[in-house]
Write a protein that binds this ligand. Structure first.
Ligand code: NAD
Ligand code: UD1
Length: 343
């Protein structure tokens, strides 16, 4: 009874490894390390006191996936592996379709050949596009606005089609809002390469002096202070949602063989509220300037969490203070991330 965790060396995947190991599950991580450092798995072992089996491989390598599924006698997959940078996806769409869509197709084909029929998939609130109403419920119309988002939507459709073809399949499509934070030990966390695209990693790099100031993208949105509002969720809460989804699917008690569920807190914070919260947590000034809106950004985005509460008996417990405190703890303990070199 082993769970294959693809992309398990990455940011969310490494936290998921901790959650599954601490819950007593056996896991094997498969990752091509294209955006990760295997040191994260040594840290996972340190946190949990358990050895982590690791396979250096690509999800597009179907024969290899089949041999891993058989060798470890896997019964389920948690699928994080994928490329995730929106801007990059507009520059290199084929790489995104290949890695994310073709990769997931090969992974599913390998699972079918090995009779492994349960998968939890990392989707994103980006599939909702421009919100027509808030909070976002799972039946809100979908419509991605960039290649990255379209790969997520295509994969969702593929999973729905496969689930409809045979009731033996069990899927949990989890739509993440904005994952932030780090494990409370400060041993694992987000380790972005280059200039961060997302707000929280950028703020941390201003706090620790690596960047001079934050550019706040837009202060003329129709929000309480004019800056963009998002539903930030602590990564530890997020991965506990995966554990619940895994358990509900494995128990056979799910209401459907393809669950599509939001993972968010239901509360939105503005960019300036995030800046102030991080200042309190770090005791550092976060310098910022207002800049033009970023193309493709929406004013406000937050989740309706009632389906997650009902179907998974899960809700996020950690607030903004914990998100900022744990991020800062990770950054202070690992100023160069997992790398020994300065960025
Ligand atoms: P990450 O880049 O830290 O983790 C992804 C992992 O997958 C990395 O370890 C990378 O090396 C690995 N990988 C990529 N392509 C692979 C391939 N072809 N074969 C094997 N391994 C491969 O990203 P993350 O933030 O941990 O995100 C995990 C998943 O969650 C992604 O699918 C992402 O799209 C999704 N997601 C993330 C966010 C977010 O804000 N972080 C939001 C919504 C959805
Ligand atoms: C981004 C992605 C989205 C993905 C989500 C979670 C884009 C266009 N969208 O969305 O597909 O699902 O992350 O990973 O990249 N901000 C600043 N200055 C910065 C960075 C961000 O003001 O330097 C603002 C943004 O305008 C936004 C908020 O901070 O209002 C959050 O931004 P970000 O962390 O990039 O997340 P999303 O915009 O939700």
């Amino acid at each position: 009874m082993t769970v294959l965790i693809t992309g398990g060396a990455g940011y969310i995947g490494s936290h998921c490894c901790v959650a599954f190991l601490e819950a007593g599950h056996d896991i094997v991580v498969l990752d091509n390390l294209s955006n990760a450092n295997s040191l994260s798995l040594e840290r996972v072992a340190k946190i949990t006191g358990r050895k982590v089996s690791f396979e250096f491989a690509d999800i597009r390598d179907q024969p290899k996936i089949e041999s891993v599924l058989k060798h470890y006698k896997c019964t389920a997959v948690v699928h994080f592996a994928g490329l995730k940078a929106v801007g990059e996806s507009t520059q290199m769409p084929l790489a995104y379709y290949d890695n994310n869509v073709v990769g997931t197709h090969r992974l599913l084909s390998a699972m079918a050949n090995c009779d492994v029929r349960q998968m939890i998939f990392s989707s994103s609130a980006t599939v909702y596009g421009e919100p027509k109403f808030l909070p976002l419920t799972e039946n809100h119309p979908t419509g991605a606005v960039n290649p990255y988002g379209r790969t997520k939507l295509m994969i969702e459709e593929m999973l729905r089609d496969v689930s409809a073809s045979d009731p033996a399949w069990r899927f949990g499509i989890l739509r993440y809002f904005n994952p932030v934070g780090a494990h409370e030990s400060g041993l694992i966390g987000e380790n972005p390469l280059g200039i961060p695209n997302n707000l929280m990693p950028f703020i941390t790099q201003v706090a620790d002096g690596r960047r001079e100031r934050l550019s706040v993208f837009g202060n003329d949105y129709d929000t309480r202070d004019g800056t963009g509002v998002r539903d930030y969720i602590h990564v530890t809460d997020l991965v506990e949602g995966h554990l619940r989804a895994h358990e509900v699917l494995a128990s056979g008690s799910a209401s459907s063989n393809c669950l599509t569920v939001n993972l968010g807190t239901g509360t939105g914070y503005s960019v300036l509220e995030m800046v102030r919260a991080f200042e309190r947590a770090s005791n550092k000034e976060i310098r910022y300037v207002f800049a033009p809106r970023r193309e493709g950004d929406v004013a406000e985005c937050f989740a309706d969490t009632s389906l997650a509460e009902k179907t998974l008996a899960w809700r996020a417990e950690r607030g903004l203070e914990a998100m900022c405190r744990d991020t800062w703890n990770w950054v202070c303990k690992n100023p160069s991330g997992y790398s020994s070199e300065e960025t």
